[in-house]
Every structure is written in C-alpha cells, then in structure tokens.
Design a protein around this ligand. Structure first.
Ligand code: NAP
Length: 486
C-alpha cells in the first residue's frame, strides 16, 4: 500500500477562550489503513469543558455584538478558504479516517456548500409583526418577533464525515449568532481542529468557538451535562444518542442517528440503473454512512437480473489503499468494527444466508459483500451494519415490503426504483422514513434539505436552513401604547 508523508498538524491540540491549548494528555490519531501515527490532538478533561463553555457563554451573553453581516462575511470567506485548501484537507480526512482521497475531496466540496449555504441564511434571520389587532386583548398593542440565538451550542460529531458533519453544526450555529463548543470523534479530531483554525482565519470571533478533542465519556458527557449549554446537536449512534438524552435532561437536543437503508425495486424498474445505484450506495466509504444501502427488496421476476448486475459491479470495485486515486473501498475505522461486521455476516450465513461475493476480512478491511436468503431477524437486516454489506431479497407483495420496513426500528431514508409514478408515490407515501428518493437510493442528500428520520434514526431535522431554525428562537417585543382615548 502507498505510504505518504504525514500531513501538517494544526497549531494546537485544543482551542478555547481565544487561544490554542496544549493539554497535557494527548489522543494519538492513527491511520486505520496501516496503523501509522497521523498526528496528536489534546485529550481534554471535564475541567477543560467547564472553562470552554463558560468562556463561550460569556462571549455570547456579555461580549461585543457580532452583527449578522459580519457573520455572513466570515462564513463566505471560510467557504472560499475551504475550497482553496481542498487537496490538503482531503489528504487529512483520508489519513485520519476511512475515506479514499476521492471520497475525501468530495466531502470537502460538500463542506464548502454547507458553509456557503449557512452564510446565505443571514437573510432568513427575520421576524414578523404580531397580529395584535386580531383579538380585543391586543388592542393598543404593537409587536414583532425576531430570531435570536439559543446561546451555547454543544456540537458532538462522528468519525465518518469528519469535516462536513462538523460544518453542518458549527456553521448554522454561528450564522444564528450562537457560540459553539465542538467535540469531534476521538478517531478524527485533526480535520476538526483544522476547520476551527480556518474559521478563525476567516474572521469568526475567537471567543465564540471552541474545539475540545477527547473521549465521549468525559468531554462529551461533561459537555452535554453542562448547565450553561443551551442546545446539544449530536450526530452518531443510537446508543450514544440515548445516553446523551439521559444526561441532557430538559435541554434542547437535535439528534442525527443511524439507519439501515432500504431500497425497493418494483417490477417495471430500470434494473441497470438500480444496480449501479445500489452498489454505489452500499459500498461508498466502505458502508460507513448513515444512509448506506443495506436492504434491497426486488420484484421476484427481476431478482436474477439485479443480483447478476450487482455482483458484477461489486467485483469491479477496487479495494485498497485510500491514498490511491483508483481505490473505491478503503478500510473500516478499526479492527473491532471490521470484526463486528464479519461476525454479523457469519451469523447470517449460519442461519442460511448465501454469500454471493465478499465476506472476507483482512485487518481493518472488509470486502464488499452481497448476501441473499438472509434469515428473518439477522442483525445484517435489523441493525445498522455500518460496513460494506448489502442483502438482496425477492418480494411478491409490495404490502409485505412496506410492513417490513415500517416494522424496523430505524427510519432514515429509502429509495424506490420504478418507471410508474403512481406506484412510486404509493410506496413513498406509505414508508415511515424521513425521505424517499425515487429512482435513487436513500443514499442521496443535498445539504439544504431537511435531513433526519424518526424512530431510532433521530430527533428533529438537520440541513442548513432547518438547523438555523432549530438553533435560533423567536423573541417577542411588544409595546402597549397609550390608548388614543386617554
Ligand atoms: P458514536 O460512537 O455514537 O460517537 C459519536 C460521537 O459521540 C463521538 O464524538 C463520541 O466520542 C461521542 N460520544 C460517545 N459517548 C458519548 C457520551 N456518553 N456523551 C456524549 N458524547 C459521546 O458514533 P460513531 O461510531 O462515531 O459514528 C457512527 C454512527 O453515527 C452511526 O450510527 C451512524 O449512522 C451515525 N451517523 C448518523 C448520521 C446522520 O446524519 N443521521 C451521519 C453520520 C453518522 P468518541 O469518539 O470519543 O467515542
């Protein structure tokens, strides 16, 4: 596998109260591909969290005003800087995480959009006049509301999109006038540090942002439980989301959790198109994506055709070094994750599943795997695999498919392939998920759309305009004027 020189390490191991810090303890960041040391970040403590949150709260509540036009200009500059540094940031994302250099460059371009869209939300921070004339009790009153920041936002992010998911929390929070304390995933803190450094360079006030790398159980939990945090914006797994809900208590929370992406291929579908989309959606980022395609239901008469095409396209994927531009599938984040995926596939096979391709592990690598005849209740069907495994089953009745999907504990996004608009709408309207993509898999998102799901898949919606709404609140000012008759 190709080796590369280590990328530059950001200025400090953590940042709060206006300056870079070098915490005594460090988190070593290792490349999951070859175990090489990529860099170090601070391993912050609960005491650091208290200092950071207090400093950000002080800045938001008592510091100088940060006018909306300045927020917009800073975020526009940040988007430009991100675009200029695409190659360096992509290399860093790829080294500390699982993405191929191609996938990492695409993530940087997404983050540029996320930050630019956030800047453009400046003109949505508007209010309305209130209809006091509508009721006798409103007589002689005038009033309006404006959108005000909630205060201090705690942003907690996962490893799989280590830049764009950070941008999805930090940029909407800042345009809304909040302060942000970010705790990135333990495995991928370096690009988060680089992003905060870039925001400072773009003109974001240094006392309004903080980044504290560290452990979920210490930094994450202290942040969520801190009384001066006003909103917790979390992306990660369901179990962590549950723990956060318990610690956060009555705080406002936004949660983007997992999925186990379903695709339905109806009898009149374009099978070639469906097969290509299934392979892209199942194996991109080695399946480490909340929108990953995991379960495919295909009309029985199309089963053989779809299976043949999916297996053929899968066999053409290049599994290899992330640094190689030709690579399609890199490693999983660590050996434990690869071993877990392997054990879930083994469990399905012991229950009668057939392996059509893949089912091979070497260290952190797990080869793209296509299964069929998977037994009901197997974890590759019911849980979130978060690895490169897809199961394909034939169906005879759409009603059965809808009942199966709606019976799952996850409900993020789904895809339906068909040439018939009525069938597409019928399935789309009946599925209990956050979004249904027609003639696409559920692995599609633009950063401006309301993004999220129900059940175990989340609470609330992210996506730039929706995050800005959630991170701001209406504040009313009303005037009781002297009645004319007085
Ligand atoms: P994770 O284990 O849940 O971790 C996510 C973040 O939470 C990390 O920063 C983690 O810190 C932190 N954390 C852990 N325990 C905590 C606690 N008790 N209190 C506060 N924070 C805590 O998730 P992951 O393995 O990094 O990411 C994979 C998951 O993210 C998958 O389930 C995937 O579906 C989900 N995801 C969802 C979306 C979406 O938009 N719906 C997008 C991407 C990923 P440490 O790193 O130190 O453990």
């Amino acid at each position: 596998m190709t080796t590369q020189p280590a990328p530059p390490i950001p200025a400090g191991g953590a940042f709060w109260a206006g300056r870079w810090r070098s915490p005594v303890a460090v988190l070593e960041v290792h490349d999951p591909e070859d175990g090489r040391l990529v860099g170090v970040a601070g391993d912050c403590t609960a005491g650091d969290v208290d200092a950071a949150v207090s400093a950000v709260a002080q800045a938001v509540l008592h510091g100088p005003a940060w006018p909306v036009w300045q927020r917009r200009e800073a975020l526009h500059r940040a988007a430009v800087l991100l675009a200029e540094r695409e190659a360096d940031l992509a290399r860093l994302i790829s080294r500390e995480g699982c993405k191929t250099v191609r996938g990492a460059a695409a993530e940087v371009r997404r983050a540029v959009e996320t930050v630019r869209l956030s800047a453009e939300q400046a003109d949505r921070l508007e209010g309305r006049t209130l209809p006091f004339g509508d009721t006798p009790r409103g007589e002689d009153r005038l009033g309006w509301y404006t959108r005000e920041p909630v205060g201090v936002v705690a942003a907690i992010t996962p490893f799989n999109d280590p830049l764009n998911l950070v941008a999805h929390k930090v940029a909407p929070a800042l345009i809304g006038g909040n302060g942000v304390v970010l705790k990135p995933a333990e495995q991928t803190p370096l690009v988060a540090l680089a992003f905060i450094e870039l925001l400072l360079e773009a003109g974001v006030p240094a006392d309004r942002v903080a980044v504290l790398p560290g452990r979920g159980a210490t930094v994450g939990a202290a942040l969520v439980g801190h009384p001066r945090v006003d909103l917790v914006s979390f992306t990660g797994g369901f179990a962590t989301g549950n723990a956060i809900a318990a610690t956060a208590g009555a705080k406002k929370t936004m949660m983007e959790l997992g999925g186990n992406g379903t695709v339905v291929v109806l009898p009149d579908a374009d099978v070639r198109r469906a097969a290509r989309a299934v392979v892209d959606g199942a194996f991109g980022n080695a399946g480490q994506n909340c929108l990953s395609v995991q379960r495919v239901f295909v009309a029985r008469e199309l089963l053989d055709d779809l299976v043949e095409r999916v297996v053929h396209l899968t066999s053409e994927l290049v599994v290899g070094s992330k640094a190689d531009e030709r690579t399609d599938v890199g490693p999983l984040i660590d050996v434990a994750s690869a071993t877990r995926v392997e054990s879930w596939v083994d469990e399905a096979v012991e229950g009668g599943a057939a392996v059509l391709i893949g089912a091979k592990r070497d260290g952190t690598y797990y080869w793209p795997t296509v299964l069929t005849s998977v037994p009901v209740g197997a974890r590759v069907l019911t849980e979130e695999v978060f690895g490169p495994v897809v199961s394909i089953e034939a169906f005879d009745s759409v009603d059965d498919v809808v009942a199966d999907v709606n019976g799952l504990e996850y409900g993020l996004q789904a895809g339906v392939f068909t040439r018939d608009i009525d069938s597409a709408l019928d399935v789309a309207q009946r599925l209990r998920v956050g979004a249904v993509m027609i003639n696409d898999t559920g692995d599609f998102r633009i950063d401006a759309m309301p993004f999220g799901g129900g059940k175990r898949s989340g609470v609330g919606r992210e996506g730039v305009p929706f995050a800005v709404d959630a991170m701001t609140e209406p504040k009313i000012i009303a005037i009781h004027r002297t009645p004319r008759s007085a």
